[in-house]
Design a protein around this ligand. Structure first.
Ligand code: NAD
Length: 347
């Protein structure tokens, strides 16, 4: 079986690529990635020489190259993660998000449809999405698979649009698909613009920890490897044309999460208690900031038997330990030096 994974050099994608390459030696895993600032092949050095793995450098927004790739490799299945993924960047450059997240997804859908026409037996287009498409919750309630879409940021609007296109291709052309909407991920190899690695990096470097507004924004957090395990499960066992929500049953107010991180980092760095908390700085709120996201992941739990394998305390500990013992990785991504790796390795 030939499986195309898009965005496999990114944070979540690299964990999915590794899991499938190792677990399914009889599949061939193709990793298609444009290697934007968020894509880093150093995330995959341990599997880059595996015989069932191929890296393909390419941009999903460029239609001719995408349709050519599908004709050449005849991918049976697609697991689509490539995206512009950072909300703050979407506020300053929404069009980049429409190009990659909407048009890029359409290019993949069209190439997949053209390749298999209506002979879709045994084929699947699996689209990875976010809980942010549902908009915001008040103090109570949970997002379920039937919650109406109500995106509030250009990022979530672009992801919502791509979800709708995937579903529409299922209805209109009979394209077999599955969609998952997941909560915030954390773990090793996350680019340090996202909250947890940004704050770990800032604590290491004694830089301010910028907390939006009053810090009462609430998110559900899931360890990235648990997300990768869920993706493997949905890819193989999920029902066609269904959506599954994936979450950690693990809600945190940002300010509480930051304080917990500070506490654990102080222990690791042998700082006197309370040292890192002094770095917390409240900053002007992000426009359109959603108050609370929380996922009801009972459908995937009930139907596919998935639940998180680690607690938040365990996941956070693994994550902190990883960033502390991979100072070179952090240095290389913050300086952009990792981008030279591709040139060295693949040119
Ligand atoms: P990421 O930003 O770490 O990685 C995105 C990857 O896509 C990078 O390797 C990048 O090079 C690649 N990419 C970007 N534009 C491309 C293009 N035009 N062509 C080809 N490749 C391109 O993102 P992530 O956090 O790993 O998220 C992966 C997916 O999961 C996204 O679709 C995101 O919406 C979704 N998601 C993320 C989270 C989260 O907390 N990070 C939660 C739920 C869903």
């Amino acid at each position: 079986m030939k499986v195309l994974i898009t965005g496999g050099a990114g944070f979540i994608g690299s964990h999915v690529v590794r899991l499938l390459v190792k677990k399914y030696p009889n599949y061939h895993i193709y990793n298609l990635d444009a290697l934007t600032y968020a894509g880093n092949l150093e995330n995959l050095t341990d599997i880059e020489n595996e015989p069932n793995y191929t890296f393909l450098k390419g941009d999903i927004t460029y239609e001719p190259a995408i349709s050519e790739l599908f004709k050449t490799y005849k991918f049976d299945n697609v697991i689509h993660l490539a995206a512009e993924s950072h909300v703050d960047r979407s506020i300053t450059d929404p069009l980049a998000f429409v190009k990659t997240n909407v048009i890029g997804t359409l290019n993949l859908l069209n190439a997949f449809k053209e390749l298999w026409k209506d002979k879709f037996e045994g084929k699947r287009f699996y689209h990875i999405s976010t809980d942010e498409v549902y908009g915001t919750l008040g103090e109570t309630g949970l997002f379920t698979e039937t919650t109406s879409y109500n995106p509030n940021s250009p990022y979530s609007a672009s992801k919502a649009s791509s979800d709708h296109f995937v579903r529409a291709y299922g209805e209109t052309y009979g394209l077999p698909f599955v969609i998952t909407n997941c909560s915030n991920n954390y773990g090793q190899n996350q680019f340090p613009e996202k909250l947890i690695p940004l704050f770990i990096n800032n604590i290491i470097n004694k830089k301010p920890l910028p907390v939006y507004g009053d810090g009462n924004y609430t998110r559900d957090w899931l360890y990235v490897i648990d997300h990768a395990i869920a993706i493997d499960l949905v890819f193989h066992k999920g029902k066609n044309a269904e959506t599954y929500n994936i979450g950690g049953f693990n809600e945190w107010k940002n300010i509480d999460l930051v304080k917990e991180l500070c506490k654990q980092m102080d222990v690791k760095l042998r700082n006197p208690e309370g040292t890192s908390e002094q770095l917390i700085t409240f900053v002007k709120d992000r426009p359109g900031h959603d108050l609370r996201y929380a996922i009801d992941a009972s459908k995937i739990n009930r139907e596919l038997g998935w639940s998180p394998s680690v607690t938040f305390e365990e996941g956070l500990k693994i994550t902190i330990d990883w960033y502390l013992s991979n100072a070179n990785w952090l240095k290389s991504v913050t300086s952009g030096a990792y981008q030279n790796y591709y040139e060295k390795q693949y040119s």
